[in-house]
Design a protein around this ligand. Structure first.
Ligand SMILES: [Zn+2]
Length: 119
């Protein structure tokens, strides 16, 4: 299911296409409900990134972030962290909305950070 997603097919750092020919390494870390987590190491710039893919009402949505973890560290991180993918996405939204200066309550109250006006 992961292979046809254009959004993760190029590197956000160097903008090169991820492909087998440039030895990009793409690993599915976890797939849970409508969320999948994919770890990618760019074959061109070697920057590792974590991509969260969510199946939403408008189709597949992905968000990528550069990480300093290899595939196994990512798996450990994902399995050990109490933060769910939902919360990561909420945090990402909060970052976009510039609300991150507020109290760090996102782990307890997702509504707080999204706010009633977010829709
Ligand atoms: Zn790259």
């Amino acid at each position: 299911m992961v292979r046809n997603i254009d959004l993760i097919s190029s590197c956000p750092n160097c903008n090169r296409k991820h492909s087998e020919s440039n030895k990009s390494k793409i690993s599915l870390i976890s797939s849970k409900g409508k969320y999948s987590t994919v770890h990618i190491i760019c074959g061109s710039c070697k920057v590792p990134m974590l991509v969260l893919i969510s199946k939403g009402p408008v189709g597949l949505v992905s968000l990528g972030m550069m990480v300093d973890l290899d595939e196994n560290e990512t798996k450990t991180f994902i399995s050990e962290t109490p933060v769910s993918v939902d919360e990561v996405i909420e945090v990402h939204k909060a970052l976009k909305l510039n609300k991150f200066n507020e109290q760090p309550k996102y782990s307890q109250s997702k509504e707080k950070i999204q706010g009633p006006k977010a829709k």
